[in-house]
Ligand binder design. Structure first.
Ligand SMILES: Cc1cc2nc3c(=O)[nH]c(=O)nc-3n(C[C@H](O)[C@H](O)[C@H](O)COP(=O)(O)OP(=O)(O)OC[C@H]3O[C@@H](n4cnc5c(N)ncnc54)[C@H](O)[C@@H]3O)c2cc1C
Length: 477
């Protein structure tokens, strides 16, 4: 369908004129630019990398690549989990990580104007300094905001505040042919034609390069409480999740992790950092809830009722982290779980499936029953309040091809079950390259054809992030 060209010395010379001293090629390229945090889906080195500093640079680079049919993959911080930023077709990697300025925090109209390379954690801190809050809260605080918008990152406050897309008001996007498009507006509503900002949000670098974002902020809640609820059975823990809502509680976040994952993390760090027993019983799984509101009094009265509720559900205890030190320690552990696993295991694949939260316990049981026939180990953690339980198949001993074969069979079964339950293939990590083989089955041929049409309208030569989301490698060949 399309023929890509190699990056020649002449093209490198043209790129050098736009971004002098920043065009890196050959063995000088940082190997990180050829992978993300899920290398099982494939790694590949680009011919050239460029750390851009402005919209105009992105535009000039795209004009050259468009004229010469060169594939371009945009990279943020490279913390993605579906191979999205990996340049599977080589070509040019345009990295927006150094466009990392917070241009404005608007305390009158509660918004932020930022460059795409700003870390989401830095944006959250800068907003808080002004009494405001950027609510999307992915566990990974060193992902760039451009990457967050491009994957519609979720995280730990989605049940109350929604995901990244709820916070995107406007953006500047450089199109495949180099044209600069400004879409959206810094207002709180619009019904002006198709919703272009939402279309780019979650498009994983396949429709354009985001070079500036206007994001909604909200007034920071005055009080926050974090509650840890240990259970002696994971099943009991997950069965309690939907009942939290029907009982009338409104947490901002509802997370889960298993004690096996905690033990692996502690071993990895060589220290004991968390309690393993409560009420004289060994803990099997932990639910963490976040509540926020206008006052501590309001929250504390809710927590009293919550304690009664969870003890009735068979929880071993209900523990409140109400000081910054306790909260920091708790979140440190939670954030360390996935990082430890990524460092501890040679082979890792993951499912980011979402099912209705009412069926999360049933889905977990199904995953385990299916996995019993395979050789890999599994860890589970994540945003169970959203029905988004991340499941990781891991191994250090298996043969690579056998691991992939078994994982594929497991994934197919999980996806079929999630579909049957009315769920989705990926809740926050995206399709990228890693999930493309399952994507079409999930959404159906007609939907896939419409998405391809959208891709072609933005990028008729299919040079932006080829092989991801819409057109497969086979279709590009
Ligand atoms: C330990 C750990 C915890 C995580 N926790 C969460 C979590 O709780 N929730 C969650 O949603 N994700 C989570 N992630 C995944 C990851 O952090 C997110 O997907 C994040 O949004 C990626 O941002 P990035 O800057 O690293 O993007 P990259 O990995 O660099 O790129 C991701 C995608 O965005 C595109 N892209 C990046 N920048 C731009 C741009 N400026 N313009 C156009 N396209 C662009 C890329 O082409 C690619 O398709 C976690 C990852 C790790 C390793």
């Amino acid at each position: 369908m399309t023929t890509y060209n190699q990056v020649t010395p002449e093209i490198i010379a043209m790129l050098e004129k736009i971004t002098p001293g920043r065009v890196v090629f050959g063995e000088e390229i940082n190997p990180d630019y050829g992978r993300d945090e899920m290398p099982i889906y494939g790694t590949n080195m680009p011919a050239v990398t460029i750390d851009i500093l402005s919209t105009e640079e992105a535009s000039e680079i795209m004009k050259i690549c468009y004229a010469n049919n060169i594939p371009v993959t945009t990279r943020g911080a490279g913390t993605g989990l579906c191979g999205g930023s990996v340049p599977m077709m080589g070509g040019v990697v345009v990295c927006t990580a150094k466009m990392n300025k917070i241009l404005k925090i608007d305390t009158e109209y509660f918004s932020a104007i930022v460059q795409p390379g700003v870390f989401v954690g830095d944006l959250k801190d800068a907003a808080l300094e002004q009494g405001l809050c950027y609510m999307p809260d992915p566990v990974q605080k060193f992902g760039s905001i451009g990457g967050n918008v491009s994957t519609n990152a979720g995280g730990m406050r989605a049940i109350k505040y929604g995901t990244t897309k709820e916070f995107v008001r406007a953006m500047t996007v450089v199109l495949a042919d180099g044209e600069i498009l400004k879409i959206g507006a810094n207002v709180s509503k619009t019904s002006m034609g198709y919703n272009m900002t939402q279309l780019i949000t979650g498009s994983e670098g396949t429709l354009g390069i985001i070079t500036e974002l206007t994001l909604k902020l909200i007034k920071a809640p005055k009080a926050e409480l974090v509650v840890v609820v240990p259970f002696d059975s994971v099943d009991k823990a997950l069965e309690s999740v939907p009942k939290v809502y029907t009982a009338g509680f409104r947490p901002a976040g509802l997370e889960f992790f298993e004690s096996t994952m905690l033990q692996m993390t502690e071993k990895h760090h060589g220290k004991s950092i968390y309690f393993k027993e409560a009420a004289g019983a060994a803990i099997d799984g932990y639910i963490i809830l976040v509540f926020d509101g206008d006052s501590m009094d309001e929250l504390e009265s809710e927590i009293e009722a919550l304690t009664e509720f969870f003890l009735g559900e068979g929880a071993l205890d209900v523990m409140i982290a109400d000081t910054p030190a306790l909260k920091d320690e708790l979140w440190w552990v939670y954030n360390a779980l996935m990082e430890a696993m990524l460092e501890e295991y040679r082979l890792i694949d993951e499912s980011d499936v979402v099912v209705p939260a009412t069926r999360i316990a049933e889905f977990k049981r199904y995953m385990e029953d299916e996995a019993a026939q395979y050789d890999f180990d599994i860890y589970y953690l994540g945003h169970v309040g959203d029905g988004n339980l991340h499941s990781f198949g891991v191994s250090n001993d298996m043969d690579d091809a056998e691991f992939k074969r078994q994982m594929h069979l497991w994934m197919v079964a999980l996806h079929e079950k999630a579909k049957e339950m009315g769920g989705v293939l990926t809740g926050e990590h995206g399709v990228g390259f890693g999930k493309i083989e399952y994507f079409r089955d999930f959404i159906g041929e007609r939907n896939a054809a419409i998405q391809k049409g959208i891709k072609l309208a933005f990028d008729p030569k299919l040079i932006l992030n080829p092989g991801k989301v819409t057109f497969t490698f086979d279709e590009l060949a």
